[in-house]
Design a protein around this ligand. Structure first.
Ligand code: TXA
Ligand code: MG
Length: 333
């Protein structure tokens, strides 16, 4: 039985936090809201607990997890913190920004997928921070979906994928960002790598660091295993449409995007800006899948900056159409 607890995301009830933290301390799994997507949490320093995350998600065991922290001191016990890390942590955290750094031995190999680095993030959500704090340990948490499925951005999506597989779900309603954190590798401060575009815009990071973020080469791609797998896909095909092009003609299709297509389509979700598009994309996929449409046609947001880069990445991957480094070259798909 999975315990379900509705929680006030901005001001979480202490008794619910302490129940959830108790489960994590004992090596169990708790799904909880963050500002990006829901996470599936376990004690990051307990190898047996972390193995349960991989099992509950059906996730390949060489795909490492992000360690979520609630205070700055803990980080120094986990990884080697260089000057770049200091600058970014102080300026941005808590934020949808994950930093890959050289790991210390305290982090079990299973948490880092066998790598010598580890990914760390401080989430910008009071419930997530309270849970981590009360658990008294870094919390390893991938997105709380079955492997390959769209990430969960509301309680119902977590429940559909995880009910019966984990001890507890904290229901904090809808998330704010809707796609996952930006992941950058800062182990070499002279060559910082964009491993996954996401909630923290590239432009802001480049301005702060006064340098361009680079494309992972084939060597560093091996160090970024998450990019190898198909992701974010609903059980119906995802078809990409670019505004200005001929609209695909399918029976019983649904549409999601910013611009209304010229031809009439009955079933659609239109967002008024790119932020709301990112926030609502995965829930739209899940809704259209549940309602048994033949496919979902999704607009490719060609010229948007900020979160647009992460959104394009998720759309390409959900359609199985990604060219791994396209977003780094600024090419249009
Ligand atoms: O917003 C987020 O980041 C969410 C919430 C729950 O915090 N979490 C999330 O976790 O998206 P997950 O496991 O779905 O994605 C983590 C990504 C994967 O692509 C993984 O390969 C990469 O981070 N990653 C983790 N540790 C790494 C490491 N040591 N080196 C390179 N990539 C790493
Ligand atoms: Mg994920």
């Amino acid at each position: 039985m999975t315990i379900i607890a509705k929680i006030n995301k901005w001001n979480p009830e202490p008794e619910k936090i302490s129940q959830a933290a108790g489960i994590i301390k004992k090596g169990g799994l708790v799904a909880f809201p963050t500002e990006t997507v829901y996470g599936l949490g376990a004690d990051a320093l307990n190898a047996e607990a972390v193995k349960k995350i991989y099992a509950a998600k059906g996730r390949p065991s060489d795909n490492p997890l992000i360690l979520h922290v609630a205070d700055f001191e803990k980080i120094y016990e986990l990884v080697e913190v260089n000057e770049t890390a200091e600058i970014l942590m102080k300026k941005f955290w808590p934020a949808p920004l994950t930093l890959v750094m050289k790991a210390k031995n305290i982090i079990p190999s299973v948490t880092r997928g066998g790598l010598d680095t580890a990914a760390i993030r401080m989430p910008d959500n009071p419930t997530a921070l309270a849970l981590i704090e009360a658990a008294g340990t870094p919390v390893a948490a991938p997105s709380a979906n079955l492997s390959g499925r769209p990430s969960p951005t509301d309680f119902e999506s977590v429940f559909n994928d995880m009910n019966g597989r984990i001890e507890m779900i904290l229901d904090g309603g809808e998330v704010e960002v809707g796609i996952e954190s930006t992941v950058i590798d800062i182990t070499n401060p002279k060559k910082i790598l964009m491993l996954r575009p996401g909630g923290m815009p590239r432009e802001i990071l480049e301005e702060t660091l006064k340098m361009k973020l680079e494309v992972p080469d084939s060597q560093s791609k091996k160090r970024s295993p998450g990019t190898r797998y198909r992701h974010y896909a609903p059980n119906i095909p995802v078809i990409i449409w670019r505004c200005g092009e001929k609209f695909p003609d399918f029976d019983n299709a649904a549409y999601v995007g910013i611009h209304a297509p010229e031809i009439k389509i009955k079933n659609f979700i239109l967002f008024d800006d790119i932020k709301n598009f990112a926030r609502g994309l995965f829930a739209a996929f899940r809704k259209f899948e549940r309602e048994k449409f033949s496919c979902v046609i999704v607009e490719y947001p060609q010229d948007s900056f900020g979160i647009g880069e992460g959104l394009r990445d998720r759309i390409l991957r959900s359609a199985g159409a990604e060219n791994k480094n396209m977003y780094n070259k600024g090419e249009k798909f």
